[in-house]
Design a protein around this ligand. Structure first.
Ligand code: NAX
Ligand code: K
Length: 250
């Protein structure tokens, strides 16, 4: 059965459309790159989260196509860095007049996600409780519940929201990785989001198997080459003249 299979010996490789290979990272390696950025080189966490959220909003707009103005979007967000990126995207989408509903899995937000929530509260977007989800029609769901911080099966409201989103029949865009998957191995500890597409951040996470992510895209967080090199990651900027790019996975 695929759900809980150990897939660590079957890791995908990631390439740009022009065939340049992009290194993949475990959660620990990505955490170290984040640490070097935050403590040594910049950008700081708020700046990276802003870049993540804006690219996520842009990808949602591209996904919706010409009908984007009429779209209704539900953003599901957790309390960590992944949730913060989702809340930021919710603001950018609400700023464009889209009907955005933000549903938080927890009231305990980290400091930077809480700042994002504070800004969102000045938009026309609405914050809704999980028990209002079925009364809130959506054309697109954004999954920003859990990112590379997951270490065991999703619990509590997060797992209820994963189940609701999967059963909704509405397309889902996942931020960084489908919530519920382990970033390094791609193993699902329990129920995991089944997205239409995934926007991963900075570098692809090792466990992003294409059968679990849908089409995979990579967003630029604005981290300089030097930061990756200090972390021991051979990195050449893959973005060309864009801020998010499709990845080819083999
Ligand atoms: N440089 C980067 O890579 C950046 C990463 N960012 C995002 O931040 C994420 C990492 O942030 P964090 O380390 O805060 O971790 P996450 O946000 O991935 O996970 C922590 C949160 O997930 C929820 N959670 C974790 N385990 C759970 C469980 N078993 N059941 C239910 N809920 C659970 C809780 O809300 C917790 O606060 C990345 O995946 C990425 O999306 C961005 O914030 C910007 C910078
Ligand atoms: K996610």
């Amino acid at each position: 059965m695929q759900r809980n299979a150990d897939r660590s010996n079957d890791l995908p490789r990631f390439f740009t459309e022009s065939g340049v290979e992009i290194p993949s990272v475990t959660a620990d390696q990505m955490r170290e790159i984040d640490r070097i950025a935050m403590e040594e080189t910049g950008p700081n966490l708020f700046q990276m989260m802003e870049n993540a959220g804006r690219s996520l909003a842009l990808m949602a707009l591209d996904f919706l196509g010409r009908e984007w103005r009429k779209a209704r979007i539900t953003v599901l967000a957790g309390g960590g860095g992944n949730g913060g990126g989702g809340i930021c995207a919710a603001r950018h989408l609400a700023n464009r007049g889209i009907a955005v509903s933000l549903c938080l899995a927890t009231e305990r937000l980290g400091e930077v996600p809480a700042q994002q929530q504070g800004i969102f509260q000045s938009t026309r977007g609405k914050e809704i409780d999980p028990d209002h989800l079925n009364r809130t029609p959506a054309d697109l769901i954004v999954d920003a519940l859990i990112g590379y911080g997951l270490t065991d099966a999703p619990r509590g409201t997060a797992v209820a929201l994963i189940g609701w989103a999967n059963g909704s029949g509405t397309p889902i865009l996942s931020l960084d990785l489908p919530s519920g998957l382990d970033a390094a191995t791609g193993v699902a500890y329990g129920e995991a989001i089944r997205p239409q597409a995934t926007l991963t951040l900075a570098l692809p996470k090792r466990g992003l198997h294409p059968d679990r992510t849908g089409p995979l895209f990579l967003a630029d967080l604005g981290i300089p080459e030097e930061t990756y090199h200090r972390a021991g990651v051979a990195y050449t900027p893959p973005f060309g003249n864009r801020f998010y790019i499709p990845l080819v996975v083999r």
